[in-house]
Design a protein around this ligand. Structure first.
Ligand SMILES: Cc1cc2nc3c(=O)[nH]c(=O)nc-3n(C[C@H](O)[C@H](O)[C@H](O)COP(=O)(O)OP(=O)(O)OC[C@H]3O[C@@H](n4cnc5c(N)ncnc54)[C@H](O)[C@@H]3O)c2cc1C
Length: 435
């Protein structure tokens, strides 16, 4: 079947040959003569799960929970099991997944392939830290079971490997004990990005949910905003499935273009004032604390037909204050329409294309000023040793990825080509960054 696919940021679209195997036999019948890529929920900002002339293998029928060892907290799931379903299942048994990105529709396969981060990456690490075993299908090798230690090389290549080593069929994950809980959420006001970094430092070791909202819509605002802090507290409430959320339509439906130069500063200021009223903790459902974007997904639609660009970078801690000053200068000089800026605290070693080190995200309207700003932001990242999250920005070039990731990029590329000399698994993302 031919389908027109659109990335969530609306920056890439193309018709693709789309198949949806509904049993293992059909999946394993895929031959080694065509270019393919697996798709989970298809919610990635950039076209990581499709591309021109590439057959898309939707894994949506492989979404079951296969096994659960309650004593060890080990859960085995098919690759397209959505996080929301696993979370509900585990919560009933007093467990949770330590790392979950912000929407319940996102699948385990997508989280492994992008090595997603959760609510406090400084403390909890990345999604793949909890992956014990992966079953991977490649038409040339058949079905293989990868153990974290025994098959370190391919395992590492698959974790954060953007689906380029094959189709993840299922995975075994280590869950963490967590009693039934509600989240107590509060906000701390910050005057600029420097204060934001300090507040993150103070909260990072202890806080369950930790991210920031910063206003860069006008140079004079300098990133003022608030830090969202949440702490899970045990409660006796029954664990109820939340079925009320609506799935994201990847780039599909679009709304009127609300995010404009004239509206963003006004709406941002209103949002900041309302949010900063929660200086005292507010009791919040665990679901809403873990998946904060679920009820705000209309945000994406309000960019209108041309969508948006998200740059998400991790910068070394020792350059972050310089970086914040340079970023403010860049905003003043190029005058982009920055709708959203947000930070999270990270730590950990860099390896291959995995995304680790303060993380700053900016969502920008891609008009002429926005594009100028983003081009210069790429140069700033190259100069200051920051690395961009490859599954977010649809315009990032291979040249910048090479500069930013340096030897780790070459190491990933070399190992990928050694594992799969025919390079059967490709996407618009992998072609753009020359993998
Ligand atoms: C609302 C929202 C909130 C988000 N919040 C966060 C966040 O807090 N932290 C974060 O890190 N990310 C976040 N993300 C990004 C998201 O985690 C990743 O884009 C994730 O990959 C999306 O999962 P998916 O199932 O939609 O994957 P898809 O978009 O379908 O695919 C993404 C990548 O995974 C690969 N893939 C998917 N399934 C398989 C499989 N079975 N086998 C092999 N490869 C596969 C694809 O080939 C592709 O390369 C967010 C995205 C959205 C839309």
């Amino acid at each position: 079947m031919i389908r027109e696919l659109v990335s969530l940021d609306r920056r890439f679209t193309c018709p693709v040959d789309y198949v949806e195997p509904d049993r293992y036999r059909a999946l394993y019948a895929i031959g080694d003569h065509e270019r393919i890529i697996a798709q989970g929920a298809g919610t990635s900002y950039t076209a990581a799960s499709f591309g021109r002339g590439v057959k898309v293998v939707s894994m949506r029928h492989f979404d079951r929970i296969l096994d659960f060892d309650a004593a060890a907290g080990l859960v085995e799931v098919e690759a397209s099991c959505p996080l929301g379903r696993i979370d509900h299942f585990l919560a009933r048994h007093g467990y949770t997944l330590p790392v979950q990105p912000g929407h319940p529709q996102i699948t385990v396969g997508g989280c492994i392939a992008c090595n997603a981060h959760g609510k406090n990456p400084y403390r909890d690490g990345l999604f793949c830290d909890a992956v014990q075993q992966i079953r991977l299908f490649h038409p040339r090798c058949g079905l293989v079971t990868l153990h974290r230690e025994a098959h370190r090389s391919v395992f590492e290549l698959t974790c954060g490997g953007f689906g380029l080593t094959g189709v993840i069929v299922s995975a075994r994950l280590q869950a963490r004990p967590q009693p039934r809980a509600v989240a107590n959420m509060r906000t701390i006001s910050v005057g600029d990005l420097h204060e934001t970094f300090e507040a993150l430092d103070e909260q990072a070791a202890e806080t369950d949910v930790l991210y920031t909202w910063n206003d860069l819509s006008r140079p004079s605002r300098g990133g003022r905003g608030f830090v969202v802090c949440g702490q899970f507290e045990p409660c006796d409430d029954a664990v109820e499935a939340d079925e009320s959320w609506r799935p994201l339509e990847s780039g599909g439906r679009r709304g009127p273009r609300v995010w404009r130069r004239g509206t963003v500063p006004v709406l941002n200021e209103l949002y900041r004032r309302v949010a900063c009223r929660h200086a005292r903790p507010v009791r919040t459902r665990r679901f809403d604390a873990i998946y904060p974007i679920t009820r705000k997904a209309f945000y994406y639609r309000l960019y209108g037909r041309y969508g948006f660009v998200e740059q998400q970078v991790i910068m070394p801690n020792d350059v972050r204050h310089d970086y914040a000053d340079a970023l403010s200068r860049l905003v003043r000089e190029t005058d982009p329409c920055v709708v959203l800026a947000s930070c999270k605290a990270f730590r950990g070693p860099r390896s291959l294309l995995h995304f680790r080190g303060v993380c700053l995200s900016v969502d920008v309207v891609p008009d002429a000023a926005g594009r100028r700003f983003l081009d210069r932001l790429d140069d700033l990242n190259d100069e200051r040793g920051a690395i961009s999250n490859l599954c977010k920005d649809s315009r990032l070039s291979a040249e910048h990825v090479r500069k930013q990731y340096g030897p780790e990029y070459e190491r990933f590329r070399r190992r990928l080509h050694r594992f799969d000399p025919g390079r059967q698994f490709v996407s618009a993302l992998s072609e753009r960054i020359d993998l």
